[in-house]
Design a protein around this ligand. Structure first.
Ligand code: FAD
Length: 479
């Protein structure tokens, strides 16, 4: 039966669109979460909605589960294969189908790379606002599935604020459209439900996105602090001042050192314990007053110095350091566990101190670079997974970090999703009734769990106990 499905997939996408050799599949064993890799049965690379629908029907006929995938930059294992499943990679569905400047929207296939969309519409004075730091590689389909954020989420919101309509191949192989170009939903807001559902409700094959006018003026400030806690306190003061910056990002000393030793080096001062990047945008006339407010807030927290980007080249240099930070951390250790949790902004200084204490206690190397304006922490633990003792400490510290964030009134993920990584921590924030409601929503689209099984909703603890018929596809053990 399984050999039969490969032959059928080849008929649909051709030999070049169906990868089955071990060497080819190796690259698809995981996404940005490198723990618990799993080799898929095959990877298919469709180019049209019709092909995706035919692939889904072929998988169903063969009783094989299927997992949607974009660029594989996800950090929570959402695009991990499960045993004997087919990965449906949408990266060849990479056409911008329409740009409608009058209605400020674009219709794109899911494999369009995030940064390429903004580049394509820049000459019209427009851009696509959600800007994950992975935007040079990640796809709009992956962004939709994860409801991705980015440095500019503080002012512009996450992906869900920029998706107007969707086309979805449902897990039974039928094709449905949701939402409208105007952004008004008639009846239930299905677009809102699909955005952030991590590929568990179907496969997104077309997205109508909102485009935003490029701001008339931008000012980017680099503020140096003695330590990360002072920088966090300044973030609270900035928000209290009433200014809404486009971005408020913090980079700590260990990250600065890694960046400055890497190809992303931007001349960040090695004397700073932390830097706060503040970006302001809007009408030129309003920015001078906002800069003064930022200056007052940062000086009240005894910042070391404030630099203002003199031109676009300098602004890009500051951002290259921020957006290259995860890549630069590759210099610190063979593996990186990028955590993602959100706490109320006022709790940032205390929670960060706790995170540092936890990592010190477990003897782990920690680097922080995060969306401070949103209270979105990214404690990055540098480690070597070949050392089982260190790996066990990484996992134990990660659990304590999540528990500390939840105890501070936070949530277990800000933008990287639940995937397999946080699935078994869902009980920290949700009760049995909440999880059962999520399961019922998922079942409406994906009744037997064949589409991206084993993600988001735990099968342990609550669900298996409360639903003894826990389905075959979903009862996949996660290493
Ligand atoms: C260096 C680095 C920096 C990052 N910075 C940020 C950041 O600032 N903000 C942020 O939010 N994230 C960030 N991420 C995480 C990641 O880039 C985002 O989650 C991104 O949206 C994933 O897109 P992708 O195309 O790589 O999707 P993948 O990783 O391939 O898939 C992600 C999820 O989407 C599902 N999926 C993919 N395509 C489809 C589709 N067509 N239909 C249905 N489901 C689909 C998959 O099943 C999976 O569950 C970062 C990652 C890295 C490596």
């Amino acid at each position: 039966m399984r050999g039969g499905v490969i032959a059928r997939l080849r008929e649909i996408v051709g030999d070049a669109g169906c990868l089955v050799r071990p060497g080819e599949l190796f690259a698809y064993e995981c996404d940005g979460l490198t723990l618990s890799p799993k080799r898929p049965l095959a990877v298919v690379l469709p180019t049209t909605t019709e092909q995706v629908a035919a692939i889904v029907r072929a998988c169903r006929e063969a009783g094989v589960a299927f997992v949607p995938r974009g660029a594989g930059t996800g950090l929570s294992g959402g695009a991990h294969a499960t045993e004997n499943s087919i990965l449906i990679e949408c990266s060849r569905m990479n056409r911008i189908l329409e740009v409608d400047a009058e209605n400020r929207c674009a219709v794109v296939q899911p494999g369009v790379v995030n940064a390429e969309l903004s580049a394509a519409v820049a000459s019209l004075g427009l851009f696509y606002a959600p800007d994950p730091s992975s935007q040079q590689a990640c796809t709009i389909g992956g962004n939709v599935a994860e409801n991705s954020g980015g440095p500019h989420t503080l002012k512009y919101g996450t992906t869900t604020n920029h998706v107007l309509a969707l086309e979805l191949v449902l897990p039974d192989g039928s094709v449905e459209r949701f939402g409208s170009r105007s952004g008004e939903s008639q009846g239930f807001d299905f677009v809102g439900a699909i955005v952030g559902s991590e590929g568990t409700l179907g496969i997104v094959t077309e997205v109508t996105v909102r485009l935003t006018p490029i701001p008339k003026a931008v000012e980017t400030l680099l503020v140096l602090f003695d330590d990360v806690v002072g920088a966090c306190r300044a973030v609270g003061r900035v928000i209290r001042s009433g200014v809404v910056p486009a971005a408020l990002e913090i980079v700590d000393r260990r990250t600065i050192e890694a960046v400055e030793a890497s190809v992303y080096a931007a001349g960040l001062p090695l004397t700073a314990g932390a830097v706060l990047i503040v970006e302001l945008d809007g009408l030129p006339v309003s920015l001078a007053g906002e800069i003064a407010a930022i200056r007052a807030a940062c000086e009240a927290e005894r910042c070391q110095a404030i630099e203002i980007a003199r031109d676009e080249a300098e602004r890009k240099r500051f951002w290259r350091a921020r957006k290259g930070a995860f890549g630069a951390m590759g210099r610190l250790a063979p593996d990186l566990y990028v955590h993602d949790a959100v706490v109320p902004r006022m709790r940032l200084p205390a929670v960060l101190e706790q995170v540092c204490e936890i990592c010190d206690r477990y003897g782990l190397k920690l680097a922080n670079v995060f969306h401070a304006g949103d209270g979105n922490l990214h404690p990055n633990i540098c480690f070597d997974r070949r050392d089982p003792d260190e790996l066990a400490r990484v996992m134990a510290a990660g659990k304590e970090i999540l528990e500390a964030c939840v105890a501070a009134g936070g949530v277990i993920t800000g933008e990287h999703g639940v995937g397999v990584e946080k699935r078994d921590y869902m009980h920290l924030v949700f009760g049995e009734a909440d999880l059962a409601a999520m399961r019922r929503l998922r079942d409406t689209f994906n009744p037997d769990g064949a589409c991206n099984p084993g993600k988001i909703i735990p099968t342990t603890r609550f669900c298996v106990e409360s639903d003894p018929k826990a389905r075959g596809y979903d009862a996949v053990p996660i290493a």
